[in-house]
Ligand binder design. Sequence first.
Ligand code: ZN
Ligand code: ZN
Length: 291
Amino acid sequence: MFESKIIANASGRNWTSILWLSAMHLGAASALFYTSRANIISACILYFVTGCLGITMTYHRLLAHRTFALPKALEHFFVTCGALAMQGGPIKWSAQHRMHHASPDTEADPHNSHRGFLHSHLTWMFTYRPQFDSRPKILRFTRDIHCDGYYRWLDTGLGQFLPQIILACVLAWIGGFDMVLWGICLRMVLVYHGTWCVNSATHFFGYRNYPTADRSRNTWWVALITFGEGWHNNHHAYQGVAEAGHKWWELDVTMMIISMLNRLGLVTKLKSIRNIKIHPSSVQSGYLPIG
Ligand SMILES: [Zn+2]
Ligand SMILES: [Zn+2]
């Protein structure tokens, strides 16, 4: 996740990520001692804003896959929501996700599921690996995103931490320190595990609608906690369209929001599954780097 230039030892351990994730899990556990209705509501709202609007809708479907477009100011707002999930800046996040789609479940995949559930869920972020983390490699996959100065700033340490600190101050002002534990630490840990399950669980458990060459699967409970991302076999097969749910029962809350924004006239360049003929022979190959 984070750049590890500051704290990384000779073995390449990414201590920035390890220490940050440990601290957030500790904060999340502490939050449970301060349960209140206001704290739960604040965490739920921020779970939706950062997890659904930020990561799923904007980091993933808009930036990484370009399945639709929004007015630039609105795109910047939703990308800021994604940055508040503290999963790295939009450029690095999109680059590593595109690497995953380019070579899924191989040694060229940052969270190769053949290395085990825990590796694809979490520990792949604990080591700095130049082939996935170096700036030239990241730029090779994200030239279309890197041209935006605001996104370059969000990829810096200051760009990652400053919005979070401002949010923490607002929560402290509204509800005190215990609301910070719920709205920042517990909420962030829950969004983390939801996103991480898309990298891990959906490459291990569930059913397949399409015969993709990777191990991707549709996992209903991951779709529930990630607002539609659990229909991952569908997504690997048709990563260039906005929908992740393809059958009528595959609930895709994120697509419902994109459709709502579309009805409001805010969405352009929408790439929909309705416009292509679904057939196993038309399953897409991996994302190819630009340039
Ligand atoms: Zn995948
Ligand atoms: Zn994807």
